[in-house]
Ligand binder design. Structure first.
Ligand SMILES: [Zn+2]
Length: 337
């Protein structure tokens, strides 16, 4: 678990202990901040039927110690004693949850970058039935910002009429896109990881990148994402210089939700390089084939597309991506005429 999530784990553990966990929770933060990680942990804690038994030895002692403290000491002392609940990982429910087949939990995934009304209706029906195994029922809606308007309205109804012992977790990287009526019915947790040197230190990364910030978290924290980003960056350079890889870039922009942000980041680094500013490194000389003015124009196109993507509801991502690449091609082609 990421170190900056520990305080939140303590807070949520306390809320569970005091029976004050709300029916709906919204975890938001930039990609890689850990919102899905914390939601997953919380659901597992709620479902685990054996928080104190069948634990690995070190964790068993730790949790038993915590529970002993919680149950035996006075309320006053309990308040001062931070603790974190951990699922056992060995009970039947933990095992079923780990392999994705626990019947009293439902995860809603976004298909083709949106969550439609059918998925949310499925969620409502799921909560109407009583639990199969335990008492609690849980649902997780990842990328809740990608819900269509009708899906969001359907969810609103479920949030307004909670069934007992039901918990809905929403995660998002841009809560400003969510309907305010949804937000107001959830307890909202904004996850704010460290930035700059502290962030690099967290991952024991070398380097002196003064520009490293929260938007780079997913590339920093996940090796596969870092590899995908590097591959994408190289393709974008080839596209700008030699008009190659159009189809692959288009696919990535359409299918990867951070594709547009990546493109903007790549262009910023190319411009820094061209203007002789310090960069995150690795930007080679290829971009100098394009002049400063062209790169600036391309950057502005990407930035405008990014703003459209963030502000327009249900924007046609495919069309936006195709138009952007066509516009970039026009700018890049200018030099040849
Ligand atoms: Zn368990």
């Amino acid at each position: 678990m990421k170190t900056w999530l520990l305080a939140l784990q303590q807070q949520l553990s306390r809320q569970i202990h005091e029976n004050k966990l709300p029916h709906a929770l919204l975890f938001s933060g930039v990609d890689g901040a850990g919102q899905e990680e914390i939601a997953h942990w919380l659901i597992n804690v709620l479902l685990c039927q054996d928080l104190t038994q069948d634990l690995p030895q070190n964790r068993k002692q730790e949790t038993e110690e915590n529970l002993r403290k919680v149950s035996q000491v006075s309320e006053e002392t309990t308040n001062a004693q931070p603790f974190i609940f951990q699922p056992c990982g060995y009970c039947k429910t933990c095992k079923l949850f780990a392999n994705g087949s626990y019947p009293d939990h439902l995860t809603i995934v976004n298909d083709k970058n949106t969550i439609g009304v059918d998925a949310i209706r499925k969620l409502s029906q799921f909560f109407e039935k009583t639990a199969h195994i335990g008492i609690a029922k849980t649902a997780l809606v990842n990328h809740a910002d990608t819900m269509t308007v009708s899906a969001a309205n359907a969810l609103l109804k479920t949030l307004e009429e909670p069934t007992s012992q039901s918990f809905i977790m929403l995660t998002t990287h841009s809560s400003d896109v969510l309907l305010p009526t949804i937000i107001s019915r959830c307890q909202k947790f904004e996850i704010r990881p460290p930035v700059g040197k502290k962030l690099l230190a967290e991952y024991k990364k070398q380097g002196n990148d003064a520009f490293v910030n929260l938007s780079h978290l997913s590339e920093l924290t996940d090796e596969a994402t870092a590899v995908a980003f590097t591959a994408f960056r190289d393709k974008v350079k080839d596209y700008l210089c030699a008009h190659q890889h159009r189809a692959e870039i288009l696919t990535l922009l359409v299918e990867r939700h951070d594709g547009f942000r990546w493109l903007e980041k790549i262009l910023v680094n190319l411009m820094r390089n061209q203007w002789g500013w310090p960069t995150a490194g690795h930007e080679n000389q290829q971009a100098s084939v394009i002049n400063k003015q062209q790169l600036w124009q391309v950057y502005n196109l990407v930035q405008a597309a990014n703003i459209k993507l963030k502000t327009l509801v249900q924007v046609n991502r495919q069309f936006l991506s195709e138009k952007l690449l066509a516009d970039i091609s026009l700018v890049v082609e200018q030099k040849k005429q």
